[in-house]
Ligand binder design. Structure first.
Ligand code: C2E
Ligand code: C2E
Ligand code: C2E
Length: 310
């Protein structure tokens, strides 16, 4: 039986790293070269072949450039290079990680990984041959991070069409495109009133009302994160507003529900109250990063005769 012997590349042991990846520690051996910026790492890596290349990310604004750099290295330098991204502060959404991996990174190390664990992870990709397919056009990868350029209330038919398009986009990950949830308001609350409490912030989060339900689609939200997302979106616990909810998160389920929704005739769509379609500002409330909190404001009632109570 014949064995293919992979020739070791001369630079296989080299590590080209951004300085911040080491948190101020000195280079770990003669093989390490440390650079001040990702740009400098990239320039050095352009003539490398099998080296380990370590970039860092600490804010959202760096993601796109990093994606371009990783894509260029992987396409031009081949599959022996080990490309690692270390997240320094929490700045990557799951979709951002997917983008970087899609561009050709071997590994993305999350921000809360200690340095020593990070170094072990870097060891784990040594001698690895990158196997996944990287498209020639990076635009293909970038466009899938924001497939839906809509936010907030949509008319019933527009909503159905938007979700239908997402479900039929072959570039998006199977069964990981988002969560759809239908909420039925508690007795006494009309669905158009419930809608005024629904304040999605993230581009790609849309909802509609009809058939006495509020239906939302949260792009790329995972089912286990649904409550986190709903806490960001509603200023009150959803259990106080809605008595019943139904959830769909697999492609097949969502598609089937959209087919049913598309069959609902226009006379059962509900028109939003005018206030919902106007500005969407939250009054007297702050978001503490987990949920909305209203702070009471003192008001003095006027003691003048005939004064208007506040
Ligand atoms: P987190 O706030 O705890 O949210 C965890 C996950 O819940 C998110 O993972 C996402 O899948 C889902 N999620 C939360 N809020 C929303 C929402 O309003 N709409 C939708 N569609 N999904 C939502 P993801 O995307 O991987 O983000 C991970 C963490 O990164 C978040 O944890 C948060 O700490 C941070 N993050 C992401 N995007 C932003 C942002 O635009 N602003 C801020 N301040 N932090 C963000
Ligand atoms: P966007 O995606 O339309 O999100 C708008 C706002 O929704 C965010 O404002 C934040 O207040 C809220 N938000 C959305 N998702 C989350 C979440 O998962 N957790 C929390 N806690 N809040 C969330 P912010 O933070 O000022 O961000 C403004 C814009 O900057 C975002 O617009 C997005 O385009 C970009 N951005 C922020 N963080 C990230 C990120 O981690 N990854 C990516 N790809 N973009 C981000
Ligand atoms: P609640 O507990 O009956 O409080 C009603 C309102 O009183 C709150 O509306 C808020 O305006 C004020 N309030 C009560 N406790 C505090 C406080 O410790 N600090 C401040 N600054 N204001 C307070 P809000 O914020 O819209 O909350 C509505 C409901 O959501 C609350 O009704 C409670 O059921 C729940 N909630 C909100 N934040 C928290 C929290 O941090 N912990 C718990 N357990 N529940 C909370």
């Amino acid at each position: 039986q014949e064995e293919t012997v992979v020739q070791p590349r001369s630079d296989e042991k080299d590590v080209l790293s951004s300085k911040s990846a080491l948190e101020g520690a000195p280079p770990l051996s003669e093989h390490w070269t440390v650079f001040d910026t990702n740009d400098a790492v990239f320039n050095a890596a352009r003539s490398a072949q099998a080296a380990t290349v370590i970039f860092t990310v600490e804010q959202t604004s760096q993601i796109e450039q990093l994606a371009h750099d990783i894509h260029a290295l992987r396409r031009q330098r081949g599959s022996a290079m080990k490309i690692v991204v270390r997240e320094i502060t929490a700045s990557l959404r799951a979709t951002d990680e997917r983008l970087l991996l899609g561009c050709g990174a071997n590994l993305v190390v999350p921000w809360n990984t200690p340095l020593s664990r990070c170094l072990t992870l870097i060891e784990s990709v040594q001698k690895q041959q990158f196997q996944r397919y990287v498209p020639e056009e990076i635009g293909t990868l970038l466009s899938m991070t924001q497939p839906l350029k809509l936010r907030g209330y949509q008319k019933w038919d527009i909503f159905c069409k938007a979700v239908h398009n997402i479900m039929n986009n072959p570039l998006l990950p199977a069964d990981n495109k988002g969560v759809m949830v239908a909420l039925r308001p508690v007795p006494g609350l009309r669905v158009e009133q419930a809608l005024t409490l629904c304040r999605p912030n993230r581009l790609g989060d849309i909802m509609t009302i009809g058939d006495n339900r509020l239906v939302m689609f949260l792009t790329f939200c995972r089912i286990n994160d649904l409550d986190t997302a709903l806490n960001h979106i509603f200023p009150l616990p959803t259990g106080d507003i809605f008595s019943n909810r139904m959830i769909w998160f697999e492609d097949k389920q969502i598609t089937a529900e959209i087919v049913e929704m598309s069959a609902v005739t226009a006379d059962r769509w509900t028109a939003p109250l005018p206030v919902t379609t106007e500005k969407n500002e939250v009054m007297n409330a702050v978001h503490d990063g987990r949920s909305w909190r209203r702070y009471p404001e003192p008001h003095r009632l006027t003691d003048a005769q005939g004064g208007q109570p506040q």
